[in-house]
Structure formats: structure tokens, C-alpha cells
Design a protein around this ligand. Structure first.
Ligand code: IMP
Length: 210
């Protein structure tokens, strides 16, 4: 069994994950690393800036994956994610990182959302994190596809928790009675949009590449 594990590790297929975010790469290596050799753009020696100008998560993720696949001729994955708030017509959505300006601290962005929604009743506070992961496979596969996962919650009435990043301190999970910023990284990965999308992608790739 140990020998088989070693062999599997040696035969792992190389995958480039098109992100410059070191935290994400670490998380992705934990989830995909037993089956695939995941390398970052930096590790692959690629330093291309890709403009995320799509209006859907799918468009942005596919653009990043296909452009890097064309440059590298390797299997490439790329993700795009964001927060959809139903009361705000699913905004900030694909513009989550750019909402109120890319360099505006999340303490300010989160407080702004709480302020806008201060009188909104609980049943109208529904929201979700969405994660789309795109795969671009070179020849002989010649195939692009996406997977999408979400985690449903509500926008809380106050900032709570210090873990995670971005909008986590205002994203409240009613069944757990806490925000995603109050979960450990391991707990969040099991139920999050990104964790679930990575598992889905892992299974799809195992099926296609076997
Ligand atoms: P990107 O997928 O790296 O482009 O991230 C888009 C943006 O969505 C992030 O900068 C955050 O604002 C938001 N976001 C995505 N996933 C999460 C999450 O798990 N927690 C909090 N914010 C998130």
C-alpha cells in the first residue's frame, strides 16, 4: 500500500494553477496534491497579467485558464469567485475584489455593506459565495470546461471573526451560528465554495485523464 502511494505520487500529472495568490496555492496543493503535481504560475515561470473583464465567473475563469494553457501547453486550472448578495441584485458578484476599489480595506467594504443593509430583515439578507474553476486541457484532450459550487448564508448584522479573508466576517451561516471568519481553515475548506469546487474538479480530472 505504501509502495502504491509512492508510485502514484511519482506518476502525478502536472497541473498549473493560474493564480498569483500564495494562500490559494497552498490550499489547492492540500486538496489536489495527492493526485496531481500542482504548480503555481511563478513555479512554472509564467508572469502574464490577465485582465478579468468578463461579466460572469465562468468567462473570467475560462479566459485565465485558456490563455495560460496556450502559453504553457500544460493542463491549466483557474478560478474566479465572489460574493452574491440577493438584496443588492447579486452584487458585488464578479466585481467582489474591485468593490469600492481594489485597495480599499475589507474592514471598510464590510462596514459599508452592513450600513447599506442595516434595516433589511433577515429573510431578505440571503447571500452566497460562488466559486467557478475552469480547466483548459491541451492536446490530445483539447477540452475546456468549468465547475461551479456555492455556499449559502446570510449577511450578518455585525462584523464577527478574524479568520479567513475578504467578506468572511459578514458572511453568517445560520445553521452553524457563526460567520465563515469564525471557522478554522480546515472547517471552512470542507464546506466552502472553493473547497467543494476543488473536489468536484479533482474528480472530473481523474475521470478524464485516467
Ligand atoms: P478571486 O477569485 O481571487 O478573484 O476573488 C474574488 C473576491 O471574492 C475576493 O477578493 C473576495 O473579495 C471575494 N471572496 C471570494 N471567496 C471568498 C471567501 O472565501 N471569503 C471571503 N471573500 C471571498
Amino acid at each position: 500500500m505504501a509502495m502504491r502511494g509512492k508510485e502514484e505520487k511519482m506518476n502525478r500529472k502536472k497541473i498549473i494553477f493560474a493564480t498569483k495568490n500564495k494562500g490559494k496555492i497552498k490550499e489547492i496543493k492540500v486538496i489536489l496534491g495527492d493526485v496531481f503535481e500542482v504548480i503555481s504560475m511563478e513555479e512554472a515561470g509564467i508572469d502574464t497579467e490577465i485582465i478579468e473583464d468578463g461579466v460572469t465567473f465562468e468567462e473570467n475563469a475560462l479566459k485565465k485558464a485558456t490563455e495560460i494553457m496556450k502559453i504553457s501547453n500544460e493542463i491549466v486550472l483557474a478560478d474566479d469567485s465572489g460574493l452574491e448578495i440577493d438584496f443588492l441584485n447579486k452584487k458585488p458578484g464578479v466585481y467582489s475584489a474591485r468593490y469600492m476599489g481594489e485597495n480599499t480595506p475589507y474592514s471598510i467594504k464590510n462596514n459599508k455593506i452592513l450600513e447599506i443593509m442595516k434595516d433589511v430583515p433577515i429573510e431578505q439578507r440571503t447571500a452566497r459565495f460562488v466559486c467557478v474553476i475552469a480547466a483548459a486541457l491541451p492536446k490530445p484532450f483539447n477540452k475546456n470546461f468549468t465547475v461551479r459550487e456555492t455556499i449559502e448564508g446570510i449577511i450578518g448584522y455585525e462584523i464577527q471573526g478574524k479568520n479567513g479573508f475578504g467578506y468572511d466576517p459578514i458572511f453568517y451561516l445560520p445553521d452553524r451560528k457563526c460567520t465563515t471568519a469564525q471557522l478554522s481553515m480546515e472547517e471552512k475548506n470542507k464546506i466552502s465554495h472553493r473547497g467543494k469546487a476543488l473536489f468536484l474538479m479533482k474528480n472530473e480530472l481523474k475521470r478524464i485523464l485516467r
